[in-house]
Design a binder for this molecule. Sequence first.
Ligand SMILES: [Zn+2]
Length: 148
Amino acid sequence: MSEVLYRKWRPQRFSEVMGQEAITRTLRNSVASERGLAHAYLFSGPRGTGKTTLGRLLAKVANCGGPSDGEPCNLCVSCTAFNEGRAMDFIEQDAASHNSVDDIRQLRENVVLTPMAGGKKVYLLDEVHMLSKGAENALLKTLEEPPD
Ligand SMILES: [Zn+2]
């Protein structure tokens, strides 16, 4: 039951995210711009303000076959996979419980592998502030020199 409600009320478009108009406008403009999205984003703010939701939406629109006005179409093969929780190139990791250098080393080994669905591979590191100092440094190298 809670799973059903969770899915039902999870925003599927940026315009459905409440109270974050400035950031959703910025992200939609980036999607629609010629430069496109950056290779990394850091969302910060209090609990419950939509950071993880925005990260998931960003991953979806980055792989959408036909985004419109910076929004995911929610109809293409990729959007459908995201909406059904089976997008192969979207890796959501809880950095609080995977906060060691070895965890990030594993991520760094996988990040260079070609996306399976031919789009963009997206890593969402939830609670990234919980990484150990060593893990932070290991992650920094990938952020500074991202693979294609
Ligand atoms: Zn789509």
